[in-house]
Write a protein that binds this ligand. Sequence first.
Ligand code: SF4
Length: 369
Amino acid sequence: MTNLLDLAPSALAAFFAERGEKPFRARQVSRWVHQRFVADVGAMTDLAKPLRERLAAEAQVRGPTVIRDTTSADGTRKWLLDAGNGNAVEAVYIPEDDRGTLCVSSQAGCALDCAFCATGKQGFNRNLTTAEIVGQLWHANRALLADGVTGSWVEHGRPPITNVVLMGMGEPLANFDHVVPALQLMLDDNAYGLSRRRVTLSTSGLVPLIDRLRDACPVALAVSLHAPNDELRDRLVPINRRHPLRELMAACVRYLPAAPRDFVTFEYVMLDGVNDQPRHAAELVALTRDVPCKFNLIPFNPFPGAGFAVTPRERIVAFQQALQEAGLVATIRKTRGDDIDAACGQLAGQVRDRTKRRLATRIVPAPVH
Ligand code: SF4
């Protein structure tokens, strides 16, 4: 049975065309699913009864199964979602002064094995489907509306999620074929209708796929940089051995003409004594000289066996100042939801490691990218 959450706008149009229905039916159904969050096809009351019956027989709206739903004292809310076969992924809602952001996962586990990332240490199980990716947004909006969420940006009856960041578990560009249709739904006026500026994809630097994203669906781009030179980045972000910094910087420059923002965000996790010295700041300034960018400095969230410690606060501030004095914009990421382990790097996914790189099923914190 077709899960309507799996169908990008073009696929939904094709679904109805194949059944001899007019194109506006696809738009109508899309609004029921993605704007009113209706799961029951029978409740789509402006469809003719025969069409509703046929749709009910052939399709359904199958959202995620929630294993755990936790809300932090600061309003951050985390859903642990079943990904089948003992795997689970997380979506995190972060309310701020003027927006509601959802951090979305794209894979169960991750194959890229970044040295400081707990998701990487779990190994890789599988790519999430389009329905599982967009289902996180569908479910979050639905649950928040049902609970009467408040916030200065929340308009009565309107979806409360205004921004999406693909920064949860997984490397989104490694799941390109499912992520792009999910992005298309996030942007579509008959679905979530978010502007490209409000959807950010974070990658560890899969250079050829950055180019493909630019051509297919350019949203705001964030890059998990974490090191200012190849020697260090080869160790921290092993994909750098295949796509070194010079190529990555060039891909960022190629991306920007199509991007909704005129800068790339570089994420930089602060690891005590590893990548946080004044010389690293100077190297970053030189590295990004030709790339319009902003830096987001992320205090590392330690986890058992991580092998890294967080840089003390005063040195993070000094690092920020060094970048700022060189004319770069640099912010320090606020820690949110740490009382429910929803802070960056604390997401507790659960992944059966199909890569067999490590022992299977463990519950550990998740990514910082
Ligand atoms: S930081 Fe991102 S790309 Fe690297 S292992 Fe973690 S989830 Fe994968």
